[in-house]
Design a protein around this ligand. Structure first.
Ligand SMILES: Nc1ncnc2c1ncn2[C@@H]1O[C@H](COP(=O)(O)OP(=O)(O)OP(=O)(O)O)[C@@H](O)[C@H]1O
Length: 252
């Protein structure tokens, strides 16, 4: 569903060029849960920004469901992001003045879906994530875990092909992180969501089915979980991080 082909990204101009991404290629199949890891400055956010159409690649191509992101006209980008991509942010970005139901349904409402369809889709995904009873509440009236669920529901309610998460557990304590990772696992396993998650954290990455490691803008290694348990996978991830070198404490 996602083909990243030989992409490069440079920042700056002639005398001061940073190569943030250097000939990166990989494919994400439907239904995968992928983590992207690497030290600070290795290019993780740049990669996610290129995939999410927030930033443009300098060379190479990115295809989502066969459609080339670089060739989308500016006028189409906002719609493309709303319909095809779901986002889970570190602070969840729920709007305080909207109920959970309105927050979750926002992309559908903006796309002019009729109100009955919006309500049905929102309720369906909310039920699957266990927050059906909270839909009339505002974000300040629900728990942190329920906010996480609402943000996850919003990321997939419009049938988005790909969910992009940038350090989603970055600001959470370990219990809240575990909750969120379990929700994401459920979305992936039971609700067929395809997820690409950038993380510094080996524990978070161990929930993924595959981990891509970036070093200095290049793809350094890849680990596939296969039949291994999560704790075993976690230790393998730590081993690769040690191999990656540099300031290891920076990446775990
Ligand atoms: N707008 C920009 N202008 C110039 N250089 C940039 C810009 N954005 C990123 N870079 C550089 O590109 C490289 C990759 O940065 P990026 O933010 O993608 O790394 P990262 O792996 O996400 O880091 P972190 O984990 O610290 O967020 C770094 O060397 C960074 O300094």
């Amino acid at each position: 569903m996602l083909h990243v082909q030989n992409i490069e990204k440079y920042y700056g101009s002639r005398n001061n060029v940073t190569k943030a991404l250097d000939r990166i290629s990989f494919t994400v199949e439907d239904g995968e849960f992928i983590a992207i890891m690497g030290a600070s400055g290795s290019g993780k956010t740049t990669l996610l920004n290129c995939i999410s159409t927030i930033d443009a690649v300098s060379a190479g191509s990115i295809l989502l469901d066969g459609e080339s992101i670089a060739e989308l006209p500016q006028s189409e980008l906002a719609r493309f992001r709303r319909e095809r991509l779901g986002f889970v942010f570190q602070d969840f970005n729920l709007l305080d003045t909207l109920t959970l139901e309105e927050n979750i349904g926002l992309a559908l409402t903006i796309n002019h879906a009729d109100s009955h369809t919006v309500q049905e889709k929102v309720r369906d995904v909310a039920r699957q994530l266990g927050i059906e009873g909270e839909l009339a509440k505002f974000p300040y009236q629900v728990s942190g875990g329920q906010k996480q669920r609402a943000a996850c529901a919003r990321a997939m309610v419009a049938g988005q092909s790909l969910i992009l998460a940038d350090e989603p557990t970055g600001a959470l304590d370990s219990k809240a992180s575990k909750n969120l990772l379990e929700i994401m696992t459920r979305m992936n396993r039971d609700m067929a969501a395809t997820i690409l998650m950038v993380t510094h954290d080996a524990y978070s990455a161990s929930y993924a089915s595959r981990v891509l490691f970036l070093k200095d803008g290049r793809l350094f290694n890849e680990l596939i979980r296969g039949g291994r348990t999560r704790p075993v996978f976690y230790h393998e991830i730590l081993d690769v991080l040690a191999l990656l070198g540099g300031d290891v404490s920076d990446v775990i």
